[in-house]
Ligand binder design. Structure first.
Ligand SMILES: Nc1ncnc2c1ncn2[C@@H]1O[C@H](COP(=O)(O)OP(=O)(O)OP(=O)(O)O)[C@@H](O)[C@H]1O
Ligand SMILES: [Mg+2]
Length: 240
């Protein structure tokens, strides 16, 4: 069953075609990996799906609802969560307070929102840090905070923008495990990721972008052999 269906989505900023006729589907329960060089249009694609940026043209269906042109809060309420490439926690609030802001989207009772937030913080393995200020957390812990905040809206589809970006090597496996744990919990995921080994390991399908265009879309083993992907992206990366 398709949870998201994107058809011919386009967005230009002045003369830059950030997204040009992008089409793909995400099936419920799967992980879609999104790859492409810097400036390929990956984050823009998430901005369009979540309504943060209005697309110029195309179609976006989420569970058969037409969400094209809908406000970000409405799209979030329907069940699309996201994390940002540039982390944006409230630095002077605690981890628990940061996650509670997310859980208020679904729960107006303070105690219930707090309990819900604690449950999610436990899920992302940060329970002992719940009263720490966000600014005291390491980058890896802030990535978990970002995932917890996104989970607090109880998303059916979660869009993750470079969860493993900018963290040290030893922190990566734990974050990958967490992504797989979210999938196991029933969340459908689209994840932008520069680390090709991770993408190959966790993705059910892969969408490859370059200069705003879709250059390949398919199973990991097909993508790995795709000439356009190798030219645009994999050529410079060790895929062994
Ligand atoms: N708000 C904006 N205004 C103008 N240009 C933008 C805007 N957002 C993105 N762009 C441009 O659109 C193109 C795609 O940017 P985008 O951030 O989507 O790329 P990306 O694939 O996420 O890159 P990276 O891997 O570096 O994060 C780039 O040329 C970028 O400069
Ligand atoms: Mg980006």
């Amino acid at each position: 069953m398709k949870i998201l269906s994107v058809e011919n989505l386009s967005k230009s900023f002045g003369g830059i075609h950030a997204n040009r006729d992008i089409s793909f589907d995400i099936s419920a329960g799967e992980i879609l990996g999104i790859i492409g060089p810097n400036g390929a249009g990956k984050s823009t694609l998430f901005d369009l799906i979540t309504g943060y940026t209005k697309a110029d043209s195309g179609k976006i269906l989420f569970n058969d609802n037409n969400i094209f042109g809908m406000r970000p809060d409405k799209i979030s309420n329907l069940g699309i969560g996201r994390t940002f490439q540039k982390l944006k926690p409230f630095a002077d609030l605690t981890l628990l307070e940061n996650v509670m802001i997310g859980s208020f989207a679904k729960e107006s009772n303070i105690k219930n929102a707090r309990d819900k937030a604690l449950e999610i913080i436990d899920f992302v393995d940060l329970i002992e840090k719940r009263h720490h200020f966000a600014r005291e957390l390491s980058t890896g812990q802030r990535k978990r905070l970002e995932l917890a905040r996104a989970m607090a809206i109880e998303p059916k589809l979660l869009l993750m923008d470079e969860v493993t970006g900018g963290v040290d090597q030893k922190t990566i496996p734990g974050l990958v495990d967490l992504i797989l744990k979210m999938k196991a919990a029933g969340v459908t995921i689209a994840t932008i990721e520069h680390n090709i080994n991770i993408i190959m390991e966790i993705s059910d399908d892969i969408l490859a972008l370059d200069q705003g265009q879709r250059i390949a879309y398919g199973k990991p083993e097909e993508i790995q052999k795709n000439d356009r992907v190798i030219d645009a992206y994999l050529g410079t990366v060790d895929v062994a």
